[in-house]
Design a protein around this ligand. Structure first.
Ligand code: B12
Ligand code: SF4
Length: 486
């Protein structure tokens, strides 16, 4: 069959998605013809240039993300969709979707009413199966893993077989939504190397410390044993508990073999390991992985939980080629971190972990959240000061969003659907207003967070002026940003 994947991603949010690339490899192995409509490089007139520049401001190369698309013509999403459908003539549309991208793809399909069937998979259909299937343009959904389901469904559709007993499948019968039983988790060692060839080569653009490398996401594990309240992992573990061991990883041999193949076929020497926390792997496993990866001579970045850091493990990561690590601080206030987020590490543990990473010349970026329950302006400054003290290389900061099935959304009874059934976009997240600050203050602090961390404390009164929302404040923020980059 002719399968058109849809990746309704944010513009220029580069990196090949692990889910679609894996499913594509499996479908090709099974004789299907595959293509992708990828929103990442669809240059519409509405894209906000300032946002793109802001998001690429810490990429330290002359050549930027915008240069990647400089010669691309403007096109609307609708035109891009119609052209793709006309040229590829799919038998089925296979949409992979997170919550934040769901409405944009539903709107596009509703406007353009494809004549073929559609199947939706990914985290959103898994956590909100009924809300997904209730849309007329959605024929099928995949709950949880899709590797075996997609092959079985295409076989059933192609050969007129019954699909109603396919595990992990959701569908509608006479307007009634049916969600089938779940199947056991796949054996990750049986899976093929992801099909990076399906995607635009520009996804491999990896600027790092003044040089440009080739590479993308790679994942060796699934799941996570932790219970952070803002993350879907806890509920997913419950929901999928009869499928097998939730936190699982493939053998080091599979990882080394597949990375070698990606290096040979795509000249990839830089990987971003998308695993939730690589140091949760057992020491023995890391030792075997280090032995294999050492010979490959690659560089990689990954996420690390502070309490998993030991010097022995860091030395193994160094052998493997680690160059950068993302560490979740989330809040500089220990009480909020523990009571509201269920992250049990102390500030001392965070400081120790980051100092150890820096000692071994690993670039550190942190993840921080604002607008947390009971949070005050002073608490935000505790987070800012902790980042400042650690002199981290970059910070990412987000206003906390109550994704469905997270403990946070359940505890505070927060609903992301508005009265018209639309998902409240991340850009309006501050209306959930969990903190003790007015929503506008949370937004202002998010905009200026990085400046507070980077610039000397004597300049904080000026940054405070830049927190405002008027044009002068916007200009001041831009000027401070430029000053910071010097
Ligand atoms: C890598 C990653 C990223 C990467 C790449 C994302 C991407 N598009 O691939 C980056 C860093 C860009 C990213 C960004 C964000 N991410 Co993220 N990310 C992840 C992470 C850690 C791993 C995803 C992954 O590769 N999984 C492995 C693959 C194999 O699994 P999979 O994609 O689920 O696919 C399987 C099934 O779902 C199914 N399937 C998937 N698609 C389809 C399609 C069809 C047709 C079928 C049949 C089946 C199917 O089959 C696949 C194989 O079994 C997950 C956490 C997690 N463990 O899943 C969070 C996660 C997906 N991210 C999350 C979030 C919130 C974000 C951000 C919004 C964070 C932020 N504040 O900015 C941004 C979004 C911005 C953007 N532009 O995308 C949340 C999503 C919550 C939600 N309800 O949507 C997750 C679940 C984290 C969490 N635990 O809460 N993320
Ligand atoms: S936030 Fe990270 S560590 Fe916490 S449960 Fe989710 S994936 Fe695991």
């Amino acid at each position: 069959m002719r399968v058109l994947f849809i990746h309704p991603n944010d513009y220029l949010s580069i990196g090949i998605p692990t889910g679609i690339s894996l499913l594509s490899a499996i479908l090709k192995q099974n004789g299907h013809i595959v293509d992708v409509l990828d929103f990442t490089f669809i240059k519409t007139k509405e894209q906000n240039k300032d946002e793109i520049k802001e998001s690429s401001k810490f990429l330290p190369t002359e050549y930027t993300l915008e240069d990647l698309v400089a010669d691309d013509p403007f096109i609307t999403l609708e035109e891009a969709f119609k052209q793709k459908i006309m040229l590829f003539k799919p038998d089925i549309l296979a949409v992979s979707v997170m919550t934040g991208h769901f409405d944009r793809i539903i709107e596009l399909l509703e406007k353009n009413q494809p004549s073929c069937k559609t199947i939706f998979g990914g985290v959103h259909p898994t956590i909100s199966p009924y809300e997904t299937l209730k849309h007329e343009v959605v024929d099928f959904i995949c709950v949880g893993e899709g590797e075996e389901l997609i092959v079985e469904l295409l076989d059933a559709l192609e050969n007129g077989k019954d699909f109603k007993s396919i595990k992990n499948l959701g569908y509608k019968e006479n307007g009634v939504i049916k969600i089938n039983d779940l199947r056991p988790f796949v054996n990750m060692d049986d899976l093929p190397t992801p099909d990076w060839g399906l995607f635009d080569k520009r996804h491999l653009f990896r600027p790092y410390r003044g040089k440009i490398y080739n590479g993308s996401f790679y994942i060796m594990s699934r799941g996570c044993p932790e219970n952070c309240t803002y993350c879907v992992n806890y509920s997913l573990r419950e929901k999928l508990k009869k499928c097998g061991r939730y936190f699982r990883y493939q053998s080091p041999e599979t990882t080394v073999k597949q990375l070698k193949e990606l290096k040979e076929n795509f000249n990839a020497t830089w990987f971003k390991f998308a695993d939730d926390s690589i140091l949760l792997f057992k020491l023995d496993y890391l030792k075997k992985l280090a032995k294999g990866l050492k010979l490959l001579n690659i560089n990689f970045g990954c996420s690390i939980r502070p309490e998993t850091v030991t010097e022995e493990k860091i030395l193994l990561l160094k052998e493997m080629g680690i160059v950068s690590a993302s560490v979740g601080i989330e809040s500089g206030n220990e009480h909020i971190r523990k009571e509201e987020l269920k992250r049990y590490m102390t500030n001392d543990m965070i400081i120790r972990a980051i100092e150890l990473l820096k000692k071994h010349d690993i670039r550190v970026s942190t993840f921080n959240m604002l607008g947390l329950p009971s949070e005050t302006r002073e608490n935000v400054f505790e987070t800012i000061r902790l980042n400042k003290k650690l002199n981290v290389d970059s910070t990412n900061n987000y206003i906390v969003y109550p994704y469905p099935l997270t403990e946070l959304s359940m505890k505070y009874n927060l609903n992301i659907y508005d009265k018209n059934g639309k998902i409240i976009p991340v850009s309006q997240v501050s209306i959930f207003s969990l903190s003790k600050m007015p929503p506008s203050e949370v937004e202002s602090l998010q905009k200026t967070f990085e400046l507070y961390v980077r610039l000397p404390e004597e300049m904080w009164p000026i940054i405070k002026i830049a927190e405002k929302t008027d044009e002068t404040a916007n200009e001041l923020r831009k000027a401070l940003l430029q000053y910071n980059l010097k």
